[in-house]
Write a protein that binds this ligand. Structure first.
Ligand code: PHE
Length: 496
């Protein structure tokens, strides 16, 4: 049996009266402890070891309220009034005299209390049929209040009429339910040999000083209880979304990618026309895209406006026939909040058409979505490209598989999909709790996209949802939980 010192002490004390059921106060005085935490702790340990049993009893305890405490020092209201009345000559026991002696807030209720005891007003004077009985009731009441002045008492030990009388008066007494515990030895506990319960010095901290000497060789060590409950420190921590972004960033950096950034405000031209999204595409309408009113337009180089016009109208020299409809350059200059981060990667290619690259960016995008369990009007995308002479579809797929498996999702599948700017286009799903969940789009940029940018190489491109991934990793079923300032909930989210 491996008992701690407190447990040994409590058990030894209890063995002095093996059949007794010990109250907290009795155990405190017998053990010499001044903190009930020791009794509770050692009691729990002994209970766990099957040596002690705890009995809990719910009892109503009665203590003094604020008015009650003041009655202890100055006297009950009826006692003070009756005392004053008794000192007056019979003719001076008038309401007027009483009112000048006592505050109005005392005189009124005080007279009420006395009337209930049989005091009457007769010809302007206060009289009682039986003065002796008034005095005696008041004395009993005072004694009752006095008896509580040393601390709370069990209701069952008190006069029920008194409790009910004072319960009906404001602030005099407080009746509360309390749990009282008693500890008693079990059979196994009573048969422990008290001489085995010497307290031993157990070493809790292994210090360098201890290890330098030889004493530790004979020392007894406190067992280390990894299951002991401890308070959870609530220190500062990064927001889970920020922590996840950092994690994704380090995964791509580890895979040899460099990070790029871009502005929230873009032209429709770069956000859409450069990607060969037809100007009549429904996603371009005000129901889907946030257009700016200030500025209404942003500058776009004429060279690109002309190029996109030719590509959209007839395919330019990309081998495509284009959309076959007139291109509106004013439409391309419209200012908007970027609807995807693909705008960053195309612009990166336009700025570096002859430099092979592997770049990624994690950025916020904006769409006119109604907020619900899985949609937000502002969310993050994880965007990336591989732009080099040998870029191809298997390279794209293996890159995405590597990324997701580093994020903890080894099962990835791709399905054919459609985007106006990629061919082939693939949708990426990951396996989560036995289900395939769609996490993003990808593909190889079409020549209608890459040629006007000035490159001859293929480009593997992807745009993945971050919040969806966050929901899986943080085990949320409502996307809004990510952005609610609920510190309790945020604190409970896993540390990444
Ligand atoms: N831009 C697409 C989206 O927002 C994702 C995508 C990026 C698809 C790159 C193909 C290539 O959903």
């Amino acid at each position: 049996m491996d008992l701690g010192n407190n447990e040994r002490r409590m058990l030894r004390v209890m063995l002095s009266k093996p059949d007794h059921s010990w109250s907290l106060e009795q155990l405190l005085s017998a053990t010499g402890w001044d903190d009930q935490v020791h009794v509770a702790g050692a009691g729990a340990g002994l209970t766990e070891a099957g040596l002690v049993e705890v009995f809990e009893e719910r009892v109503n305890s009665v203590s003094l309220g604020e008015e009650g405490s003041s009655a202890v020092s100055v006297g009950l209201l009826e006692a003070r009034l009756w005392g004053w009345i008794s000192e007056q000559q019979p003719n001076d026991r008038t309401m007027a005299a009483l009112s000048s002696e006592f505050e109005r807030h005392e005189a009124g209720p005080g007279v009420g209390l006395l009337k209930a005891l049989g005091v009457r007003l007769e010809a302007g004077s206060m009289v009682a049929e039986d003065e002796g009985s008034v005095s005696s009731v008041i004395e009993q009441r005072s004694a009752f209040i006095e008896s509580l002045s040393a601390g709370p008492l069990k209701q069952s030990t008190l006069d029920a009429d008194m409790v009910s009388h004072f319960s009906s008066r404001k602030g005099l007494i407080v009746v509360e339910e309390r749990v009282s515990r008693n500890w008693a030895l079990t059979e196994a506990g009573s048969s422990v040999d008290a001489s085995m319960l010497e307290e031993v010095d157990l070493i809790g901290d292994v210090t360098p000083e201890l290890l330098q000497g030889d004493d530790w060789r004979d020392a007894r060590f406190k067992p280390f209880d990894v299951n002991a409950p401890t308070p959870t420190p609530a220190g500062g921590r990064p927001h889970p979304m920020q922590a996840l972004i950092e994690m994704i960033r380090s995964v791509f950096l580890e895979m040899g990618f460099s990070e790029i950034e871009g502005d929230f405000v873009q032209s429709a031209g770069w956000n859409m026309d450069s990607l060969f999204i037809p100007q009549s595409h429904p996603a371009r309408t005000m129901q889907d895209t946030f257009y700016l009113s200030e500025p209404k337009q942003v500058e776009v180089e004429q060279e690109y406006l002309d190029l996109w016009a030719r590509v959209h109208e007839h395919g330019h020299d990309t081998g495509s026939r284009g959309w076959g409809t007139p291109f509106n350059q004013e439409e391309a200059k419209k200012a908007l909040l970027r609807t995807h981060t693909t705008v960053n990667t195309v612009r990166h290619i336009a700025e570096n058409p002859h430099e092979p690259c592997r770049v990624f960016g994690i950025g916020r995008v904006f769409r006119q979505e109604s907020i619900d369990r899985t949609h937000l009007p502002e969310f993050y995308q994880i965007e990336g490209i591989i732009h080099e002479s040998e870029a191809n579809l298997p390279m794209l797929i293996s890159t995405l598989k590597t990324f997701y498996s580093k994020m903890g999702f080894p099962d990835v599948r791709v399905r054919p999909a459609y985007f106006p700017y990629t061919e082939p286009s693939v949708e990426v799903d990951v396996m989560w709790r036995g289900e395939w969940l769609e996490l993003g789009g990808s593909g190889i940029f079409r020549p209608e996209v890459t040629e006007p940018l000035g490159t001859e190489w293929p480009v593997c491109a992807w745009g993945l949802g971050l919040e969806r991934l966050a929901m899986l990793i943080l085990e949320l079923d409502d996307i809004r939980e990510l952005y609610q300032p609920d510190l309790e909930r945020l604190r409970r989210m896993p540390i990444l």
